[in-house]
Design a protein. Structure first.
Length: 366
C-alpha cells in the first residue's frame, strides 16, 4: 500500500513539474512575442515604479486612445534610481520616467531630464512641478485624519488641525511610525521645517502620550480606528478611501493647518527618441482617461491636473498643504527620522541638534 501511494505521489510530482515547465515556456514565448511586437512598431519606453498591473493598464489605455505603443518597464523605487544613476549597458534607455518626487529630483540633479511644458502641464499648480519644467507632478497622496464614526458623533467632528489631536486627554490615536515610510518621513521633515525643532519636539512628545500604537504601514491604522481600538488616526488618503469604499465606519478630514503629501510625477529623459510622442504621453498621463485607470486599480489619488475635481473630505473640505520649501533629500530625511527615533519614539537624547542652514534644508545629526 505504501509503495502504491509513493508511486501516485511521484506521478503527481512529475505532472506538476511538467505543468510548471509548460507554463514557463509559454511565458517565455509570450515575452518573445511582445519584444518582437515592440521591435516592429514605433513605441516609447517608460521606466515606472508604479505597480505592474497599473503600468500595464496605463499602456493599454494609452494605445487605445493614441494608437502609440508604450513599453512599460516596472521597477522598484531603488532600482529606478540606480538605473538613472548608471544606465545598464544593453538595457533599453527610457523616453519617460514615472516616479516619486524624490526620484525625479535626484534624476534632475544628475542631468537625466529635459524640460517639457505644454497646455496640459499648465493645468498643474506650480508647487506640484519643477520650476524649470524638468518634471511634472501627476498624482499626489496627502496625509489626513481618520475618525471613528461613533467618536465623531460624540465630539470627534471638532478635529480639524494637528493641535486638535492633543485636546482630548482620553482620546487614543493610531499613528504611522515616522521612520517607517517615505510619506511619514516627509511629514516629519516638513513639520520640523515649519515649526522649528523645539516646538516640533514638544508637539511629538505630547502626541506620543496619546498614541496607542505606531504602525509600520497604513493599513493597521485603519483597522484600529474602524474597529474602535483608537478614536482617531493619521493615514494617507489613498488607503483611507480604499477602506471607506469597503464600508469602514470612519470619517476622513484634511488637516486645515496643512499636511504633507507623496507626489508621483513624470519626466522626459535626455535619451528620448521622439520628443513630440514623449510629450503626448506625458500630457495623456494628466488626463481623465489616465485618472480612470488609477481609480479602476483602487488607487484613489488626488490629481495634479487642476481641471480634475479634488476629492473632498467628509466635511466637503479640500486639502491644505504645509508652506515649506522641501529642499531635503533622502539622506536628510533619514537623519531626521533617526533623531525622531532616539529623541521621541524611545525618549532618549541626541548629542547634537538639527541645524537649519536654509528653510527646509537640514544638516545631518552629529
Amino acid at each position: 500500500m505504501k509503495r502504491y501511494f509513493t508511486f501516485i505521489g511521484m506521478i503527481v510530482f512529475i505532472g506538476l513539474f511538467l505543468a510548471v515547465g509548460v507554463y514557463i515556456q509559454q511565458e517565455r514565448q509570450q515575452q518573445l512575442a511582445t519584444q518582437e511586437m515592440y521591435a516592429k512598431e514605433r513605441h516609447l519606453v517608460v521606466y515606472s515604479d508604479m505597480p505592474t498591473a497599473v503600468n500595464r493598464d496605463l499602456a493599454e489605455a494609452f494605445y487605445k486612445s493614441k494608437h502609440l505603443r508604450v513599453q512599460m518597464v516596472s521597477m522598484s523605487e531603488d532600482g529606478l534610481q540606480r538605473a538613472l544613476q548608471k544606465p545598464v549597458q544593453g538595457r533599453m534607455t527610457p523616453d519617460v520616467v514615472i516616479a516619486s518626487e524624490d526620484t525625479l529630483r535626484q534624476g534632475q540633479i544628475q542631468g537625466c531630464f529635459i524640460p517639457y511644458s505644454s497646455e496640459a502641464t499648465e493645468t498643474v499648480p506650480l508647487y506640484l512641478k519643477d520650476d524649470e519644467n524638468a518634471w511634472i507632478g501627476l498624482w499626489y497622496d496627502p496625509l489626513l485624519f481618520v475618525v471613528n464614526r461613533d467618536y465623531y458623533a460624540m465630539g470627534g467632528n471638532n478635529i480639524n488641525t494637528w493641535s486638535d489631536l492633543l485636546t482630548d486627554a482620553n482620546m487614543v490615536i493610531s499613528f504611522p511610525d515616522l521612520a517607517a515610510t517615505d510619506i511619514a518621513g516627509s511629514f516629519l521633515c516638513e513639520y520640523v521645517e515649519l515649526h522649528g525643532q523645539e516646538r516640533a519636539e514638544l508637539y511629538f512628545r505630547s502626541l506620543q502620550t496619546r498614541i496607542g500604537a505606531y504602525s509600520k504601514t497604513m493599513a493597521p491604522v485603519m483597522h484600529r480606528v474602524a474597529g474602535g481600538e483608537a478614536q482617531a488616526g493619521v493615514v494617507d488618503a489613498v488607503t483611507a478611501r480604499q477602506y471607506r469604499f469597503d464600508g469602514a465606519p470612519v470619517f476622513v478630514v484634511y488637516p486645515q493647518d496643512g499636511t504633507a503629501y507623496w507626489l508621483i510625477g513624470a519626466a522626459a529623459t535626455r535619451w528620448c527618441s521622439d520628443e513630440e510622442e514623449t510629450g503626448k504621453f506625458i500630457d495623456w498621463l494628466l488626463s481623465l482617461e489616465a485618472a480612470d485607470v488609477l481609480r479602476k486599480n483602487r488607487m484613489q489619488f488626488n490629481f495634479a491636473n487642476s481641471a480634475i475635481a479634488v476629492q473632498a473630505d467628509s466635511k466637503q473640505q479640500g486639502p491644505v498643504f504645509f508652506k515649506t520649501v522641501k529642499h531635503y533629500n533622502d539622506k536628510d530625511r533619514r537623519a531626521m527620522q533617526d533623531w525622531w527615533i532616539r529623541t521621541i519614539r524611545f525618549g532618549g537624547t541626541v548629542n547634537g541638534e538639527i541645524s537649519v542652514c536654509q528653510p527646509g534644508l537640514f544638516k545631518k545629526l552629529n
